[in-house]
Design a protein around this ligand. Structure first.
Ligand SMILES: Cc1cc2nc3c(=O)[nH]c(=O)nc-3n(C[C@H](O)[C@H](O)[C@H](O)COP(=O)(O)OP(=O)(O)OC[C@H]3O[C@@H](n4cnc5c(N)ncnc54)[C@H](O)[C@@H]3O)c2cc1C
Ligand SMILES: NC(=O)c1ccc[n+]([C@@H]2O[C@H](COP(=O)([O-])OP(=O)(O)OC[C@H]3O[C@@H](n4cnc5c(N)ncnc54)[C@H](O)[C@@H]3O)[C@@H](O)[C@H]2O)c1
Length: 569
């Protein structure tokens, strides 16, 4: 049986499935891949040699229900009613974990007609083997609380800038950390509830409790066993502490986002995403912040010029950066204050102590949550970092019925990527799109520090290594706000171009609006923009973003992998 759908006012048309109950399942596509509910049918046309050809017409109002839900179905005049299926499974898909990845995959799969269940741990702001909550890390102890706290910190920069524009602040503005934390928790609980409600609206069966695999098709939660054709492991990751003496006195990102008292003095160990973001948040809120970092620059793996530039800005804002250093010990005094002993790392020098510290944040990386849930017992292969090993369609490399998406795998640990993997998995399993798989071609990323560092595509060193002939365009400027506001605030824009075919390979920016600006350039990179096309783009004036389309002369050029013009970084 074949069905085509014609949705008026929408680009659409696809698919067909004859459900076992004899009804037609019709998926209706919009341009961006969302699915809509089709609710009416007009005619069915038999085609010789095929069972039947059926056209379903539906109006835009008829298909407006639900952002994604797919299917419906109309009983075709000639469709034969079949016997109810003799399922050996309770569910088509059972998802363990209700974070960004699991919720997306579960909702979309249910929307495509699958029978889906999802289990998630009871809610807590601090995660553990037994505590979690719908929305997962992003909502309860990641992107959202972090961004709310970053916004709180930015008001302090704004108040300083405002004075240059004539605003008079009478007396020292007061900051109530407790109020921020209370308001923030309320908002996070609201969002977490929304995630749960959305699952229920999508008709995903929600089970609160810890999921554990019993065999390749069975999950146990709270003593009950559920059988599913496919099992999705989306259990995310957790902050791991480095094994130094006194590590029990240190906290991780879970706790720092949930403090009740604003620390006066904070030491941050590790300058990845989390370290840089938290250092800047607390610096802006008035805490004395010290950074202990093994390299000479923060943000290993990012573009070197952007790293150098962002460090200058962190130090200008008052953060104490201790590069080429590593902590060896944390001790707690009788007054409750901490002392952290710091050793030189791959350099000459003496150890030193940072005393009178209220909190030490270990921001030294995260590990996939794969232990104690029966994975290894049923033969699911993990990689050398303990992450679930999957193929390019997110299927376990060793057990066919097991799938893994999001931070539990070692791909790109970002929320939009986890969601994209969820969407693609739903399409692959239940959307009639067996070719569907995640696409990592142009994943943009932002460190929400102060200033922000955003990029998409290749950094300069990576481009030179891979492409050899590269032109680099970079420029620094003072944002207009800072012509009258705080002194010394600068922004960087940078474009990395292949000299062979003029294609842009990477965009980088350090600046207060970098996250908002980079999204559009990510779309351009995805579409394969050339430097000539970028130059032909009309700027938006006055703005920081226009710097990207006015970069006339290369700052550095490489040919055959060697620097031929400009100064080495
Ligand atoms: C401090 C911080 C800031 C971040 N900021 C950003 C940002 O700004 N932008 C961005 O894109 N990304 C950010 N990230 C990364 C982002 O949060 C993750 O990539 C994303 O949340 C991963 O989603 P996930 O669904 O794979 O995992 P999670 O969100 O961790 O979800 C996994 C879920 O599984 C549950 N679970 C675990 N075990 C079980 C079990 N046995 N049974 C039932 N449930 C279980 C957990 O409770 C959890 O809710 C940040 C991360 C952190 C830590
Ligand atoms: N804005 C965002 O999108 C955002 C924000 C936070 C987290 N995340 C995601 O979460 C992931 C985890 O973040 P993260 O900051 O924990 O990890 P990370 O890998 O970005 O940074 C960890 C840092 O710790 C350092 N480190 C490791 N071991 C150390 C040791 N023994 N001593 C001193 N330093 C040590 C590393 O060199 C690195 O700089 C990131 O990869 C990112 O994808 C994203």
């Amino acid at each position: 049986m074949h069905v085509s759908i014609a949705c008026m006012h929408y680009r659409s048309a696809e698919t067909v499935k004859v459900a076992s109950h004899g009804f037609l399942t019709a998926k209706c596509w919009w341009g961006n891949g969302l699915l809509f509910k089709a609710t009416s049918a007009s005619r069915a046309v038999p085609i010789p040699g095929r069972a039947m050809y059926k056209t379903v017409l539906c109006s835009s109002t008829a298909i407006r229900k639900g952002l994604h839900t797919p299917e419906v179905t109309h009983k075709g005049p000639k469709a034969k009613r079949q016997k109810p299926p003799q399922h050996q499974y309770d569910f088509d898909l059972f998802t363990i974990g209700g974070g960004s990845a699991g919720v997306r995959a579960a909702r979309y799969s249910a929307g495509m007609g699958a029978k889906v269940a999802l289990c998630e741990l009871p809610r807590d702001f601090i995660s553990s083997e037994d505590k979690g909550g719908t929305g997962g890390t992003c909502v309860l102890r990641g992107c959202v609380p972090k961004k709310l706290m970053a916004i709180a910190g930015l008001f302090s920069e704004d108040m300083q800038d405002a004075q240059g524009f004539g605003w008079k602040l009478h007396g020292k503005p007061e900051f109530d950390f407790h109020a921020l934390q209370q308001n923030k928790r309320r908002e996070l609980e609201r969002l977490s509830d929304t995630y749960k409600n959305n699952l229920e609206k999508a008709e995903v069966q929600f089970i609160e409790g810890r999921g554990k695999l019993i065999d390749q098709n069975t999950v146990e939660v709270n003593g009950s066993q559920y059988k599913a054709k496919h099992i999705l492991v989306a259990t995310g990751s957790f902050a791991s502490k480095i094994p130094i003496e006194g590590a029990e006195h240190a906290i991780t990102s879970d706790e720092i986002l949930n403090l009740d008292v604003l620390p006066e003095k904070l030491v941050v160990v590790g300058a990845g995403y989390i370290g840089c973001e938290q250092a800047c948040i607390f610096n802006n809120l008035g805490t004395e912040v010290h950074f202990i970092v093994r390299q000479d620059l923060p943000l290993a793996g990012f573009d070197k010029e952007a790293r150098q530039f962002v460090l200058e800005q962190y130090e200008r804002a008052g953060i104490h950066f201790h590069g080429c250093s590593s902590p060896s010990k944390i001790s707690k005094g009788a007054n409750g204050k901490l002392t952290i002993t710091v050793e030189p790392y791959k350099r000459e020098g003496d150890p030193f102590d940072i005393k009178g510290v209220d909190e030490v944040l270990l921001a030294t990386g995260r590990k996939s949550r794969t232990k104690g849930i029966g994975l290894e017992e049923i033969g699911v292969e993990l990689d050398d970092k303990g992450a679930l090993k999957v193929d390019d369609r997110s299927r376990s490399v060793s057990v066919d019925s097991i799938w893994g998406i999001g931070d539990v795998t070692s791909r790109v640990p970002l929320t939009p990527v986890a969601r994209m993997e969820g969407t693609q998995l739903a399409l692959h399993l239940f959307g009639g799109r067996s070719e569907a798989k995640p696409d990592y071609k142009a994943v943009p990323s932002v460190v929400f520090s102060s200033p922000q560092l955003a990029y998409v595509g290749m950094d300069e060193a990576g481009a030179v290594e891979e492409v050899k002939d590269v032109d680099v365009y970079s420029s620094t400027s003072t944002p207009m706000k800072n012509s009258l506001g705080r002194d010394g605030v600068k922004e960087l824009v940078k474009v990395v171009v292949s000299a062979k075919d003029d294609k842009v390979l990477g965009f980088h920016m350090v600046g207060s609006e970098a996250s908002e600006i980079m999204q559009g350039f990510a779309a351009a990179l995805y579409c394969g923009i050339t430097k000539t096309q970028l130059d032909a783009t009309v700027g938006i004036h006055p703005s920081s973003a226009e710097e990207f389309v006015t970069l006339a002369k290369p700052t550095r050029q490489y040919r055959g992998g060697e620097l031929t013009e400009g100064d080495a970084l």
